[in-house]
Write a protein that binds this ligand. Structure first.
Ligand SMILES: [Fe+2]
Length: 199
């Protein structure tokens, strides 16, 4: 069928394997130019679920983040910290049949953002999740356990306190790759009482 006819026929978002590149879920590799990115390698993994804890397969997860120095690549960036020629800070993948995902990346640095005097964002990774229902969409941020900046960050504190823990990943020694990368688990729930908050 000609592509244009096929496109007019679809009624759902189309995220096939064909649009995901081999290294799209490995931010330590997907922008290499002349070496490895600088910083602490980490693994970020988890599961995407509905309100009943059922896994959601084939959900598109996109992440974006600052580099190890706390610097984003985009033009509006004002933070005086070095860019990394081997790191772009963007990745994406589809969840597998068990709703699972896994990225390798570099731990993002904290950065100042000018919202108020001495304003610093805690280390975080932005997440976008697009599933196959209107209610299966989410934009949020993943944080790291024990960050001293939590109590000073109006964005983190904009989430009601009982739900803030849902935005903080959990360190996992079991899932850590020996001699390679620490692991952080971040599960996403798209509906219901334990829904991951928007951020
Ligand atoms: Fe950010």
């Amino acid at each position: 069928m000609p592509a244009i006819e096929w496109l007019s026929d679809i009624s759902l978002p189309v995220f096939g394997e064909s649009v995901i590149g081999k290294f799209d879920n490995d931010l330590t590799k997907n922008a290499r130019r002349n070496g490895e990115p600088i910083g602490e390698r980490i693994k970020v993994y988890g599961k995407v679920m509905d309100e009943y804890g059922r896994p959601l397969p084939n959900v598109l997860i996109e992440i974006w983040q600052a580099n190890a120095a706390g610097r984003y690549i985009h033009k509006a960036e004002i933070h005086d910290a070095p860019l990394d020629p081997n790191f772009l800070g963007g990745g994406r993948m589809l969840t597998d049949s068990g709703g699972k995902y896994q990225f390798y990346t570099i731990k993002p640095g904290a950065y100042p953002w000018g919202n108020h005097f001495n304003a610093w964002r805690p280390n975080h990774i932005h997440f976008s999740v697009i599933g196959h229902q209107l209610s299966h969409r989410l934009v949020t941020q993943m944080y790291f356990p024990g960050d001293p900046l939590f109590e000073f960050d109006p964005i983190f504190k904009s989430v009601p306190s009982p739900a803030r823990d849902l935005l903080i990943s959990k360190f996992s020694m079991d899932m850590t790759d020996p001699e390679f990368a620490l692991a952080y688990e971040f599960n996403l729930v798209l509906n219901g009482k334990y829904k991951t908050p928007f951020e």
